[in-house]
Design a binder for this molecule. Structure first.
Ligand code: ADP
Ligand code: MG
Length: 351
């Protein structure tokens, strides 16, 4: 989509060092904490008295992404975003990344450059420095491993384990849209395989496709929490479905939870797509993944501070662990949220 397919430079014509030089020649550094970036055996970071947070993700072609519908630039962007999201989920600010690539000879210099355009765009957008990486060959497709570093004051770091009974459960935005986008892309892909002359039917689906292909990390929430003077009691990012993430918080905090079905935010496009695929829209939010919103709990004492904030959507409250993890449906029936979906006795969407 972005690639100029008319031009193809083999990686072998530049060599590994030539390729690294070519990809990293115009790297900008934004952070004072970066003392030395690319070019030596290791980068040098100065955390300036703060705590350093580290997270890493490995993305494998055919497992985590499908190049038939992921443009390379978007893939580069998203690879960075999924890492930044993990740092935001700790209530910290991401500051540096390293990028490691395993490339098969299927990828030209131009193709790799597209991935880097996406990586650099994400770095610029989020003020993150690309400070190193590794480049090697692969015999089976593309692999991208990114490690992110972030900084925070010790007192500000939020873990998954701090939720208490009575806390409010919140999310930072709508859910299910990325999975709705994936359903569309998988459908279009199989229709294309069946009939290569088919034109993809993607009109009016821009939001869900963007949520899938070019998600954002909610680093802005870290600043919002600071501005309003609220520290969540627990937090994580929603990379799997809401249902499984709620379970992580409940397990690590030793609490239960009640979630109101009618409070779970879902975009209209995602809702319509769930209906088109004959799925329960609530199940889309509970089991769809890759929304990269934040899921967090706040103390009831902070209710006044968060109630006017658009980015903070209260969807339920934490309970004693014995009460379990439940969905309170639109018909006001309480049903346990299971690994897949919820144990609905009634289809609450038949209104
Ligand atoms: P080494 O032999 O120590 O692994 P390399 O020759 O692989 O060193 O890397 C040289 C420099 O280029 C290092 O600073 C390394 O972090 C950086 N680098 C290597 N590959 C990449 C990449 N794909 N993206 C960004 N920086 C890279
Ligand atoms: Mg190396």
């Amino acid at each position: 989509m972005f690639e100029d397919r008319t031009k193809r430079t083999e990686v072998s014509s530049l060599g590994e060092f030539g390729l690294i030089d070519y990809l990293t020649k115009d790297i900008n550094l934004f952070n004072d904490s970066t003392e030395y970036g690319i070019g030596d055996d290791a980068a040098v970071i100065n955390p300036q008295g703060k705590k350093v947070l580290i997270s890493t993700d490995l993305l494998v072609e055919g497992v985590h992404f499908d190049l038939t519908y992921s443009p390379l630039k978007h893939l580069g962007y998203k690879s960075v975003i999924v890492n930044l999201s993990d740092i935001a989920a700790m209530n910290a600010i991401p500051t540096q990344i390293t990028v490691s690539l395993a490339l098969s000879n299927r990828f030209s210099v131009e193709a790799i450059e597209e991935i880097y355009k996406g990586i650099k765009l994400a770095c610029k957008q989020y003020n993150v420095d690309l400070i190193g990486g590794d480049t090697t060959t692969s015999k089976s497709g593309l692999m991208i491993s990114i490690t992110v570093l972030g900084l925070a004051e010790e007192k500000d770091i939020v873990y998954r384990k701090g939720a208490k009974a009575g806390d409010l459960l919140c999310v930072s935005g709508d859910l299910g849209a990325a999975y709705a986008g994936l359903l569309v892309m998988e459908r279009e892909k199989s229709e294309f395989i069946a009939n290569p002359n088919m034109q993809p039917q993607l009109e009016g689906l821009d939001y869900i496709l963007e949520r899938l292909l070019k998600p954002e990390a909610r680093v802005d929430m870290v600043n919002i929490f600071k501005e309003i003077g609220v520290k969540p009691t627990s937090m994580m990012d929603i990379s799997d479905g809401l249902g499984s993430e709620i379970k992580h918080i409940c397990k690590q905090s030793d609490v239960g939870c009640s979630v109101y079905e009618d409070k779970i935010p879902i975009d209209q496009q995602a809702w319509d797509m769930a209906r088109e695929f004959k799925m329960d829209p609530t199940n889309l939010t509970l089991n769809g993944g890759e929304d990269y919103e934040l899921l967090f709990t706040i103390s009831q004492d902070d209710y006044e501070k968060v109630k006017g904030v658009n980015e903070i959507i209260i969807i339920g409250y934490m309970t004693e662990p014995e009460a379990g993890i439940n969905l309170i449906t639109k018909n006001n029936v309480s049903a346990p949220i299971k690994a897949q979906g919820w144990d609905g006795l009634v289809d609450s969407n038949e209104e």
